[in-house]
Design a protein around this ligand. Sequence first.
Ligand code: 5GP
Ligand code: MN
Length: 327
Amino acid sequence: MEDYQAILQVFDQHQSFALSTHINPDGDALGAELALYSFLKDLGKQVKIVNTDATPRIYQFLPFCDEILTPDAYQGDSPEILVVLDAGMLNRIGEDLSRTLIPIKATVNIDHHATADLFGDYNLVEVEAASTSEIIYRLIRQHGSPIGKERALCLYTGVMFDTGCFRYSNSTPAAHRVAADLIEEDISVDEVYRLVYETVPIGTVHLLGEVLKTIGIAPDGKIAWLCATQEMFRKTGTTREDVDGFINHIRSIDSVEVAILVSELEDGKSKASLRSKSFIDVGEIVAEFGGGGHQRAAGCEIEAPCDEAIAQLVESTQRRLSNPKSV
Ligand code: 5GP
Ligand code: MN
């Protein structure tokens, strides 16, 4: 595993870079990517960002986000260096993109997922980091460059998002120190919060109503689940990205240890999100289904309709609950 200086040396010794991050990019993925983009640009590098999925509406306030290219719009020669951010496996940037975006020299993998498979030629993977944005913050600091207001806005968004607004167990002293330093750059924390969490269209609230009606709960109350169908998205004029955060409503139930939210995809498959409260490692559960993530937040795709996917995930969770291993 590389240290910060080794990664900075790779940056220093090359001229052209492509940056990418995981499909359905979130606040940390985009925050880390855009801050690194700005940093490399300031070093005089040629940099392009290419993401499989579009930037969700709520993150379109982030500086430089207009620079993000779709795979179709990405033109030109292969980059010398591909930097993949916040993705535990290369195919998380999208199957097609992971096959076509081949760097001439090397791939740099910067991430904090416990399930990371270290696919890079250079890997800066810090599982203790609460977010990839925290790692990018440290990289810029190690270089001795200023953070500045724009990069601070990107990185703070990432730290805020991945710590669940400083509520999750990864809200370490280090994460708070990074946040404090970023706030010193004169960003408005209440405005960032509002832009990310309080700009919800009415359709999303209607969708929440529909999804909450599907609640299921195990007889002992320790597992709760929700299902979001294509029909619900159609009816409320929403998409799958609008379910973000819904899972917290069922994790917050007093008896619940594991919350599961399954969304129906267009092709008959399902996308699952899992959250745990204090002792079950949901990263291990989704690993059985080819997914990944962290101990308390993880996800996977399952080639089955919602009901069946929920049944499989509940079964796997129940097995672990009957034999809990403290993590
Ligand atoms: P979410 O449930 O919010 O989509 O994701 C929670 C965590 O699990 C994030 O760190 C995310 O990157 C990871 N994750 C979600 N879905 C998948 C998946 O299909 N595969 C992998 N490897 N990780 C996932
Ligand atoms: Mn992250």
